[in-house]
Design a protein around this ligand. Structure first.
Ligand code: AP5
Ligand code: MG
Length: 209
């Protein structure tokens, strides 16, 4: 199964992906996470993209496409989280034969509320929220035991820019995938468990288990 998670910053893409990975052994391919790993490596490429991400802008299409192509190679079971984000990226991957695009619908107000309380583990893999999704031990990741921190691009100016870029470049993909017959609208404003149940229904997962 090949899935795309589409939605505004803070809509819950990473949170949903963690559950799908746990239950259905899909590979989670988060473009944001791949880029943040590259920054951590302090490679030449990482230094180039650091500034772009921390300002809330998109990295160039050719770079995002190249990274995704390398990671997916000939795999058949994965979730693309945060890719594609532009019409160019979406057209480029039409050959992948995606099964479903899950569009996580949420108001900007609620998404900003979620982002402001988000904490991630130092590895950048597991996500929590200070009010809604807490770790068992305060400030420590349940899974890998690392400290919980805030993402650099979760500061106010970067968040504002990310929403602007989302509205201009990514939101139009909702219509694109509707026309392709792949779109499933998910009410992402509900609790994590309710959102996940709606997704399982939309995917009719009995077909794949
Ligand atoms: P990326 O890391 O993908 O950031 P994003 O799209 O802004 O999305 P977020 O990760 O902020 O939110 P999310 O939807 O994953 O929500 P989460 O599950 O964490 O990308 C970062 C940057 O990389 C981009 O800005 C860009 O610069 C670059 N980039 C990435 N892809 C690119 C591409 N294709 N092309 C070019 N550049 C690209 O949830 C948010 C919070 O809410 C958490 O605290 C969580 O615990 C909580 N939460 C989740 N669900 C619920 C719920 N149901 N109820 C209550 N709380 C919840
Ligand atoms: Mg995410």
């Amino acid at each position: 199964m090949k899935l795309i998670l589409l939605g505004a910053p803070g809509s819950g893409k990473g949170t949903v992906a963690e559950k799908l990975v746990r239950d259905f052994k899909l590979q989670h391919i988060s473009m944001g996470e791949l880029l943040r790993q590259e920054i951590k490596c302090q490679s030449a490429l990482g230094r180039q993209i650091k500034e772009t991400i921390e300002k809330g802008n998109l990295v160039p299409d050719h770079l995002a496409i190249e990274i995704v192509r390398v990671v997916i190679k000939d795999k058949n079971n994965y979730i693309l989280d945060g890719f594609p984000r532009t019409a160019h990226q979406a057209k480029d991957i039409l050959d992948l034969k995606i099964n479903k695009v899950l569009y996580l619908e949420i108001s900007a107000e609620e998404a900003v509320n979620r982002i402001s309380g988000r904490r991630v583990c130092e590895k950048g893999t597991h996500t929590y929220h200070i009010k809604y999704i807490s770790s068992k031990k305060k400030g420590i990741c349940d899974i890998d035991g690392t400290k919980l921190i805030q993402r650099k691009d979760d500061q106010e100016a970067a968040v504002r820019e990310r929403f602007k870029v989302y509205a201009e470049k990514t939101k139009p993909l909702v219509d694109f995938y509707k026309k392709e017959g792949l779109l499933a609208r998910i009410n992402a404003a509900k609790s994590p468990e309710e959102v996940y149940q709606e997704i399982k229904k939309a995917l009719d997962l009995s077909k794949y288990s």
